[in-house]
Design a protein around this ligand. Structure first.
Ligand SMILES: [Zn+2]
Length: 576
């Protein structure tokens, strides 16, 4: 596929099971390989045979996964290329649906296998646990319900993606409107904010209807799988073995007592700096001293070489990893026509190499994204030697520790981009962003706890539950005159619609990242060593052990949060 930014990549290891010439994007060539694995399982007569069988299954999964990633990368790098889109959709429509039941079948074969109990326990503990969950939760009757859920998700995205407003004579998408909230001219900010809020409100009825339908489906999915409610089902399905709904509620309470006071202090300072009598929803993003935006680089080449300098200063292994990605063209970073929006890191699972995609335009946010995605890429590089396919991925709670830590550690060397006063301004914005994120995380998470433990609730009750959370976590922002926008604010949070309960992970990970950063202030080489050792574990150990290896604790109590918030506050004071 010539549409890929990179050429032929070196194989990590030669294939032992999948034929070298196999076209793994074609189901007719894949299906016999699944047949072979199914029949071979019965013939395994020793643990060695059985482990080889598991590795071959992993090799096939990795090859298919890489094919899917390659098609996704080609499509997002060339949204205007019909062939690339066709190749991607072909895979989604013709390979993935066939793949799911075959993978499920192999999981069943594994669980029923007589040699399973003879595998080394410590080594296979996590794999075994995850495979059990996969089989335990699978219900044939849920498949059509999940398809319906996905389609509703598409409707939600279609509506949000299609929204535009007419701003000063020009039609603009809602993401394009975001930059006007950084505009020093307050009247312009207000105009932009109100246009967007009102545009969303016009769709409120549709969002509510889609969501009502989703909640019904999810309650049914949970009931089919034998769970009393969708909250308990989701915790199991998301593989949350190491924390409970009660832990999450404790986390929300800790955010309220430990973080909200700091949020209110920051908001008060912002209001005073902006010389306002009250802080309105359109006053939260603008620079409080009305300075022009930071300009970290003039072109992407400069961004890459400066980022390289940061890694050179941090650690030789990390620097070498980033250099390798540059050499192999595993970076597509500049914003250009025909590229999908946003940024992501994606692993090529057979080559065992990471790829980073983003749309850099020359703002500080690009530097943060670059460091964040590089953290994910370091994770992928660190797990290369791991032979078990599923262990080359960590749970999401820990993946984000890898990326968020890299933002904090990398920010220590922002002088590669700016003179010190400007570097401090960037650091300040970043740390304030971390503080402000926790209450929003708690709001989104607590809201979903309420929704899925109140079956049969009405829209009015749901709205009241949301507003109660806005009172708890909204801080000092003055919403008067915009009560309706406030009551419907959750409509804009995609996760509530598309990825239920997937949000608290970011909060959990941020606590981990802050701990890594705190450790690095005491002992930088030690913290970086632990960070890399934890990354290298991939998903081979349970979540608490991954945190422990990185030198931190998986804990969301006030006791853990308190010293971290104190450190951030001290740092913010220094950066003033
Ligand atoms: Zn991330």
């Amino acid at each position: 596929m010539s549409l890929l930014p990179f050429g032929k990549l070196p194989l990590f290891a030669p294939r032992q099971f999948v034929p070298v010439e196999a076209n793994v994007g074609n189901w007719t060539q894949l299906s016999p390989l699944f047949d072979q694995l199914e029949t071979r399982a019965a013939k395994c007569s020793s643990v060695t045979d059985f482990e080889r069988w598991l590795l071959d299954w992993g090799e096939l999964s990795a090859a298919i996964d890489e094919e899917s990633s390659r098609r996704y990368i080609a499509m997002t790098c060339h949204t205007d290329d019909a062939e690339a889109k066709k190749a991607y959709l072909d895979f989604v429509e013709h390979v993935e649906p066939q793949l799911k039941p075959r993978q499920f079948k192999l999981s069943e074969i594994y669980l029923a296998h007589p040699l399973r109990s003879q595998l080394p326990t410590h080594r296979y503990e996590v794999f075994d646990r995850d495979t059990k969950i996969h089989v335990e939760l699978f219900r044939q009757e849920n498949v059509p319900l999940e398809t319906e859920e996905t389609k509703l998700g598409q409707q939600y995205q279609e509506i949000t993606g299609s929204l535009t407003v007419k701003f000063r004579g020009e039609e603009k998408t809602l993401p394009q409107m975001a930059k006007f909230l950084e505009e020093p001219d307050r009247a312009m900010r207000q105009e932009a904010w109100e246009l967007v809020a009102n545009r969303r409100l016009q769709e409120a009825e549709k969002f509510e209807a889609i969501f009502d339908h989703m909640v019904k489906l999810r309650e049914k999915i949970a009931a089919n799988a034998g769970f009393p409610n969708y909250l308990d089902y989701a915790f199991r399905a998301r593989g949350r073995f190491d924390y409970t709904p009660a832990d999450c509620r404790q986390f929300h309470a800790a955010v309220e007592t430990e973080i909200m006071p700091v949020v209110r202090e920051l908001q008060t300072a912002r209001r005073q700096q902006l010389q306002l009598s009250s802080l309105r929803p359109w006053d939260t993003e603008v620079d409080p001293f009305n300075r022009p935006p930071l300009k970290p680089f003039s072109d992407v080449t400069q961004m890459v070489s400066r980022t390289q300098n940061i890694f050179d200063r941090l650690d030789g292994t990390l620097a070498g990893g980033f250099q390798k990605m540059r050499d192999l063209h595993l970076l597509d970073l500049d914003n250009r026509k025909g590229k999908a929006p946003g940024g992501y890191q994606c692993s090529l699972n057979e080559s065992r190499l990471p790829f980073i995609f983003m749309n850099a335009v020359g703002v500080q946010r690009d530097v943060e994204t670059m460091l964040h995605e590089a953290g994910h890429a370091f994770h992928a590089l660190a797990t290369r030697p791991e032979p078990i396919y599923s262990y080359r991925h960590a749970p999401i709670e820990f993946c984000e520790v890898a990326s968020m830590s890299m933002e904090l550690l990398g920010n220590e060397h922002l002088e590669e981009f700016y003179p010190t006063p400007e570097a401090n301004r960037a650091r300040r914005t970043h740390l304030e962003g971390i503080v402000k994120f926790f209450p929003w995380m708690a709001t989104i998470d607590a809201f979903q706890h309420w929704i899925y433990t109140h079956p049969g609730h009405t829209r009015a009750e749901r709205s009241a539950a949301w507003l109660a959370l806005m009172d708890r976590f909204g801080g000092l922002t003055d919403w008067s005159g915009h009560e309706k926008a406030r009551a419907n604010l959750w409509h804009r949070q995609l996760h509530i619609f598309l990825h239920p309960f997937y949000y608290v992970e970011y909060g959990i990970a941020q606590l981990g990242a802050l701990q890594v950063w705190a450790n690095s202030r005491r002992d930088k080489p030690g913290a970086l060593r632990a960070y890399q050792q934890a990354l290298a574990l991939g998903g081979s150990r349970p979540l608490p052990e991954l945190f422990q290896a990185a030198g931190c604790r998986l804990e969301f109590t006030a006791k853990t949060i308190h010293p971290l918030v104190k450190l951030v506050k001290e740092e913010l004071a220094k950066l003033n």
